[in-house]
Design a protein around this ligand. Sequence first.
Ligand SMILES: Cc1cc2nc3c(=O)[nH]c(=O)nc-3n(C[C@H](O)[C@H](O)[C@H](O)COP(=O)(O)O)c2cc1C
Length: 181
Amino acid sequence: MDFDKLVQRRQSVRGYTPQLVEKEKIEACLEAARLAPSACNAQPWHFVVVTDAALKNAIADATASRTLNMNHFTKQAPVHIVMVRESKNFNSSVGSVLKEKNYAMYDIGIAAAHLCLQAADLGLGTCILGWFNEKKVRELIGVPRGKRIDLIITLGYPTTNEVRPKVRKTTEEIVSYNSYK
Ligand SMILES: Cc1cc2nc3c(=O)[nH]c(=O)nc-3n(C[C@H](O)[C@H](O)[C@H](O)COP(=O)(O)O)c2cc1C
């Protein structure tokens, strides 16, 4: 797909069919994430691919909140990809301290974008989740206590191929040339 069309097509999918995702397609998404850039090429990520239905449903439960009416759709997705933040390498760690920026979090975000765009190109739907019970997910998949789980990505076939109009700020609101306005 042309890149501009792909960017339009990628959207947060919150309705999935029960169809399982082919292993090659999951692997293609992971490969796109693996090739993402990262500060000092630290690649501070580990992807736990959850396909076991019972485990995936338990993770889905840990993403949902009744009070806030959040993430009730997640159980429908046959695959959950849990993005664990790994240690940065020496240069990225030093840079993060000196520049007061946690580069690993930026890196995880870029890898997530790669993964979601590849999924969209394969006709799959994704939704990036930042809201979940991290402690519960950590326990479910055996992530050691010191490590953070930054994001979970739901993956599956969307119930509709309709692309919603994007709700975004205008270019004028977010772009200026040569000085900050
Ligand atoms: C870091 C991050 C965390 C997000 N967390 C959630 C979430 O927990 N639940 C959810 O339904 N959507 C979540 N989203 C999806 C956003 O709501 C969505 O990307 C945004 O509204 C734009 O819509 P679009 O993805 O359909 O273009 C998250 C997106 C990002 C980038």
